[in-house]
Design a protein around this ligand. Structure first.
Ligand code: BMA
Length: 903
């Protein structure tokens, strides 16, 4: 009999546990039935059901989060009935498979308990016997208990630990294997939901494929020769298995190679095939380096009846298809040839198919507090946004979840490399036996689920669970429990979970991953002893800027590392998103109101915003202007970091910085946070400025210190360089224009250069010219000069990159009226100016519709741009044509913006 998978997704109902009924099983009975509510969707989470049933207010609006706290303390029930399909009633083996139960759950089938689940990240399987599976009318009943309460009970038993700070949730969270951000984080609300959040199915079979390792191997460079091996683990009646058929095909269905092999009855079978595929398949490449060619490996388990020639019907016991890509990936930590400003140390860089690549990307948190609210389209929209922003790596941070398969499928298709943290964040995790057992199983489940994705570049033991570059010391005592911190705290003799990060996890990864996938014990980790802030080795989280020591963002160029896997600056989201959470409340529509504080969860944000806003921008009580200013602050700061750290990719032996990942790509609800695109996918200016810094070819410019701020300078110098991520050299012309903001003075210079492949090239270093000084003794006049740089392809004249360097701090600059000229033609926006304009940000408001709460659909090819006289720009905009929209333009000097298209 062939294995059959039946999704149990119909007929679900839910209710609150009634504490007055002693036995939970009595709740399934008809007397309780009037309280059962039909589930609006499946998979399901109670908050989503309650919201759809109109029983709770939207927790994302106003202060509603606090109205729904009772839900996490309550127990919840789900039930459905299902039949066994007629053709399957002669089943030999049957299992119920739960791909995700959140989290503490007793599962009953026909009144008998078949499973206790306590780890949201595991796939749970319950084997069924003829006594508990009927042909018809099986009642499946789920009893979810409070994870919050269990965490407190476990804490009482095992002791209170240090775990982040007051705004990273209650420390008891470390004891329960539930998404840690559910307990609240410094960008997210406390919403302890529960429910069957991923699919449930019934599997009936004689024998089935329990695990298949489809090993798409590639030999080391320069040979890079591909081959395929397959290992199988069979469950059920192994003696019924005669063999297996393996087919390697292209995605269009055409077959590259197939083979039927005899399996000889074993359960764990290594190398059932070993095919040399030289010349038959193409390699998979990260975006920018080649195509993302993928192949299907189809495995059929063959049984009695058809022999090895059968390919369908009764003879096929089970089938499974895996989509694979052929590539090698390694993490290279080798000595640098020369020291940089930090010292010598070692690289921390990724090499794919023998090519060393600079990583520019983002940190990812779950894109919703309620995971069932996310569709495959949402994941695609997010990841496409990331890829379109020229990013090639996404780090799945350890306080969220292992994302569903579709997330990694899309990364495979887009060529986005994945840094996957195991799910441990900012805490002293325990390591008692049952905990170790649970997380070992969790990590095995997920490593086996994910290893075949060519996008998976690294598994990482934890996020700041055992390491940190620096504490975000703050009013909220936002201390980070790390190797280093543990030493500093004193009184903590050992970090128990080191056994997980240093022994259990690397062993699981090594055992199950061939081709190998790099493992790193924690992010950040590196340095001598336990010094995880060492910029000469490993990865670092740079939080001394903005957080921690509150250094100004202008210090980023001098505070990088070998791989900066976290750093960031927050900003307000789009005003439409702010208006969403205000929910019509006009009284609190000002920057420091309590409603804004409710939607800004980070420690010390008031004082941190106050410091940087005060230092750099003119203070304002106009909300729109303030929003724009915070966004400009974020985009200026973050792009400076990408620009100056990417500069440190200086070619072999001098690959000082090999990656920059901003904290953070996204949000899980509408909030003021470090995100570069908000909850509704509204990209902030930082998204675009990062995209420009990560173009295959970019131009960088650094102006030395203004000794008297932006109102006088002494010998200001600029250094200019080009970055080239492509594998060929490029002849370019650097065009510099110097424009004085306050007079008609202008100057220009041109330098010919060759950008070396896959590294940066220094092009020029010079004193910034300026209008003639009023008298011979006066200091330099370049303080009001904006420097524009363009890299132009020497052969074709194509403009490859632009960047403009403005006097700082902005509060001291009197931005002149740029004489903005904007013309919208179809899906193109033509922009020209008479004076340079800084941070020109277009936003579109669709007319006649309530834009609140809908995902942003208008997409700009570029935005938040600086435009120079004589250098008009065209921005392409998708989703504008045929709609009645208003386009607003905001820029420095006109921060509130004005309508430039539509009335
Ligand atoms: C990082 C992350 C998160 C946190 C962020 C901002 O270090 O690992 O824990 O949200 O800082 O504080």
């Amino acid at each position: 009999m062939s294995a059959r998978v039946t999704n149990i997704s119909q007929g679900w109902a839910w209710k609150e546990r009634d504490a007055s009924i002693a036995s939970v099983l009595d709740e399934v009975s008809p007397t309780a039935s009037e309280q059962w509510m039909k589930a609006a969707a499946f998979p399901s989470e109670v908050h989503v059901e309650l919201l759809k049933a109109g029983r709770i207010p939207d927790p994302f609006i106003g202060f509603n989060e606090h109205e729904v706290q009772w839900i996490g303390e309550t127990e919840w029930l789900y039930r459905t009935t299902f039949d066994v399909h007629e053709t399957e009633r002669r089943w030999k083996n049957a299992e119920l498979v739960f791909e995700g139960l959140d989290t503490i759950c007793d599962v009953y089938l026909n009144g008998k308990k078949i499973l206790y689940a306590d780890n949201m990240f595991r796939t749970w399987r319950a084997s069924l016997s003829p006594e508990n599976l009927q042909d018809q009318g099986n009642v499946l009943f789920l009893h979810f208990k409070s994870a919050q309460k269990l965490a407190k009970e476990l804490e009482a038993t095992h002791g209170r630990v240090r775990a982040g700070s007051c705004n990273l949730g209650d420390p008891s969270r470390v004891y329960v294997r539930k998404a840690q951000y559910n307990w609240r984080w410094d960008w997210g609300p406390e919403l302890m939901t529960c429910g069957p959040y991923r699919a449930i199915s019934l599997v009936t079979y004689t024998a089935r494929i329990d695990a298949a390792n489809t090993r798409a191997l590639v030999s080391a460079a320069p040979a890079l020769s591909p081959s395929l091996k397959v290992d199988l683990v069979v469950a059920g009646d192994a003696s019924a298995v005669r063999g297996a058929k393996i087919v390697l095909g292209r995605l269009d269905g055409s077959v590259i190679r197939e083979e039927e092999v005899s399996l000889g009855g074993g359960a764990g079978l290594k190398d059932v095939i070993g095919w040399d595929l030289e010349g038959k398949v193409e390699l998979w490449w990260p975006v920018g380096y080649g195509s993302q060619t993928l192949y299907n490996v189809e495995i059929s388990l063959l049984g009695e009846g058809g022999g090895l020639t059968a390919s369908q019907g009764e003879a096929v016991l089970d089938t499974l298809t895996r989509r694979v890509g052929f590539r090698t990936v390694s993490l290279i930590q080798e000595p640098l040839e020369e020291p940089d400003r930090y010292g010598k140390g070692t690289t921390f860089l990724f090499e794919v198919n023998g090519v060393r690549m600079f990583m520019g990307g983002s940190n990812w948190i779950p894109a919703h507090n309620f995971l069932t609210a996310l569709s495959a389209d949402d994941y695609r929209a997010w990841l496409t946004l990331l890829r379109d922003g020229n990013q090639n790596m996404v780090r799945l941070w350890g306080g969220g979840v292992y994302e569903p398969d579709v997330f990694y499928d899309i990364c495979d298709e887009l060529g986005v490399l994945v840094w996957q943290d195991f799910q441990f964040a900012c805490g002293v995790y325990p390591a008692y036996d049952s905990f170790v057992q649970s997380v070992r199983a969790e990590v095995e489940d997920n490593v086996k689920r994910l290893r075949h994705h060519p996008s998976i570049a690294i598994f990482c033991g934890n996020n700041e669970g055992a390491s940190s570059s620096s504490p975000h010391a703050s009013l909220c005592a936002h201390v980070r429990p790390d190797y280093q911190m543990v030493l500093q705290w004193g009184g903590i003799d050992a970090l128990p979970a080191r056994v997980l990060y240093e022994e259990v996890f690397p062993a699981v990864v090594a055992e199950h991953c061939d081709p190998p996938i790099p493992y790193h014990r924690g992010s950040p980790y590196g340095g001598k002893g336990w010094d995880t802030a060492d910029p000469t080795m490993g990865d670092v989280h740079q939080w001394n800027i903005w957080g921690g020591k509150e250094w100004p963002w202008q210090e980023y160029p001098f505070n990088g590392g070998r791989f900066v896997s976290e750093f960031g600056i927050p900003s307000f989201p789009d005003v439409k998103t702010v208006d969403y959470w205000l929910g019509g409340n006009t009284k609190d529509r000002w920057a420091q109101s309590k409603m804004m504080a409710q939607h800004d969860r980070a420690g010390s944000h008031e004082r941190r915003f106050a410091i940087v806003m005060n230092e750099n921008f003119r203070l304002t009580d106009d909300l729109e202007t303030h929003i724009y200013n915070t966004q400009l602050m974020q985009s200026e700061a973050i792009s400076l970091a990408y620009r100056s750290w990417r500069r440190e990719w200086r070619g072999k032996g001098k690959q000082y910085t090999a990656g920059v990942l901003v904290w953070q790509m996204n949000d899980c609800w509408p909030v003021i946070s470090w995100a570069i695109a908000d909850f509704f996918l509204r990209a902030k200016p930082a998204y675009y400025t990062i995209a420009r810094e990560l173009r295959p070819i970019s131009v960088g410019l650094f102006r030395t210190f203004y000794e008297f701020g932006a109102f006088r300078s002494v010998s200001a110098n600029i250094e200019v360089w080009g970055a080239n991520a492509t594998l060929s050299a490029r002849d370019v012309r650097l065009e510099l224009s110097f424009v004085d903001l306050y007079s008609g003075w202008e100057d220009s210079k041109t330098v010919e250069a060759t950008l070396l492949p896959n590294q940066t090239t220094e092009i020029a270093s010079m004193r910034v010219p300026g209008p003639p000084a009023e008298n011979a003794n006066s200091v330099d006049t370049s303080y009001s000069v904006v420097v524009g740089a363009r890299l132009v392809d020497a052969a074709s004249g194509e403009i490859l990159a632009r960047y403009a360097d403005w006097p700082q701090p902005f509060r001291l600059v009197d931005f002149p009226d740029p004489g903005l000229d904007v013309k919208v033609e179809g899906e193109k926006v033509h922009v020209k100016v008479q004076k340079p304009v800084k941070g020109l940000l277009f936003t579109a408001d669709e007319e006649g519709e309530d834009a609140l709460g809908r995902r942003e659909t208008v997409r700009w090819s570029d935005n938040a741009i600086d435009v120079f006289p004589g250098d008009p720009q065209v921005v392409e905009v998708r989703g504008l044509a045929g709609k009645r929209v208003k386009v607003r333009a905001a820029y420095m000097g006109c921060e509130r913006g004005r309508v430039v298209y539509g009335q």
